[in-house]
Ligand binder design. Sequence first.
Ligand code: FBP
Length: 552
Amino acid sequence: MQKSPLQIARQAYQPKLPVALQGAVRLVEGEKTHSVADQDEIKALFPNTYGLPLITMEPTSGKNASEPFNVGVILSGGQAPGGHNVIAGLYDGLKSLNPENKLYGFLGGPSGLIDGKYQLLTGDIIDEYRNTGGFDIIGSGRTKLEETWQFDNGIEICKQLGIKAVVIIGGDDSNTNACVLAEYYLQKQCGIQVIGCPKTIDGDLKNEMIETSFGFDTACKTYAELIGNIQRDANSAKKYWHFIRLMGRSASHIALECALQSQPNICLISEEVEAKKMTLNDIVEDIVKVIVNRANAGLNFGTILIPEGLIEFIPAMRVLIQELNDMLAANEEFTSLDGDDAKREYVKSKLSPASCELFRSLPKGIAKQLTLDRDPHGNVMVSQIETEKLLIEMVQKRLAVLKANGEYKGKFAALNHFFGYEGRCAMPSNFDADYCYSIGVNATHLIAAGKTGYMSLVRNLTKPTAEWIAGGVPITMMMNMEKRNGKMKPVIQKALVDLDGAPFKYLQDHRAEWADPVTSYIYPGPIQYYGPSEVCDQPTRTLLLERGASSR
Ligand code: FBP
């Protein structure tokens, strides 16, 4: 396979490890834990994995040796930069414990475990994927591990391969499933451990212990580079408003981080829209004010960042989406209907009067996007809803009214963009390369110590890598009960943007200045892998602001 010079150079990059993971470790147990909410329910559902203690890895003298054992790894859900390094870290960690240890990759996501599709990962394979983006080493998938027959199939295949532990690299839903699996395997006393790793570009898998999920850093830096390029183009040509939707599902972390890096004219934050109970018209009105103000100064261009989950946070829309979720969950009647019109009529006949009214008022294309298939976890697939086009259409209409009234004299030409897939497989930044490798090595120590139901934890991330703290956090500690597919389920609590948190406050304090006719754009440029630390090794602005640090 042909490679670019950078690919070749990156293959030789040796990720940095925290001091605690550079040699032999000893596991130190801390306080017993409890779930973030709904303690009684979670405890009843997870009698064996509830209340486990936090774990910290401490360096020790000597060598961690163990009898040989095998591990299986699964990549679950959307791609996130650094997944290959988690696997490389696992591989190197296992081999340093005992060269006879083996690592199997389950192919195509969780279904690989259920269907017994796997590959033995050898040193040659791992070397090909070190420090690369993507999940193509073994593939990923969104099959939900939730049925006991699936768990039992997993036991069979693990027994055949002598697998002592399964590592699931995934987001909040996949790690919830990891914990359900860990609990089931403990109940069955089958001797298979399950360890989770915090992945998602969305940045919404974070809490008191997990400072950030891997992939968020690289994905945001990739999008921020593109936004900066667009801003420079806008500032040069001076003729387009760019409406840029950014991935991230419900949470607006990606949009917020990109705004902190690039200082656009407007950045919408879904969580704020919800808190202020804003309607679609309120949002349009806010955008229009900025456009008119800039037009008055002769500037008919600008940039607007839109989080992909925005639509779900407009209260009336949320009710509509909830009704649609409940109505469409496993609804064969709906799926058997032929054609868009029949489906639209069916939906309208089942909605409450208020939601029906809203549904009818939406452009047909957007209304249809809202009824598309849910993901296996019952979530509406917000990446398919073109909110940026909806906003352009509404802004255009409002400006036409203002123009007719003589209140707007500018020119409005808009372009739409959606950035998501462009960043999910980018070559991991140094931060993600080091973080992921550390997560992988750390997971091997949790496994060797017989732990299960834990997430591999690496924190203190705004400090130099050597000072990062490694350990384990019980997955039940992050759980609460939420409605999924119409039923209450135990799930890891999603972290949305905290409106009292430092990253949002920074945006709040500066957005008037960024909206102003005076240009405040920042052009972040591409991710740098080689060069001074202040250019190459900085974590996200979100992480720095949250941890009260100015740089690493
Ligand atoms: P995960 O939650 O699995 O990490 O997925 C992240 C994500 O990129 C979201 O931002 C986006 O909404 C979704 O995946 C898109 O899903 P798909 O890859 O199935 O199109």
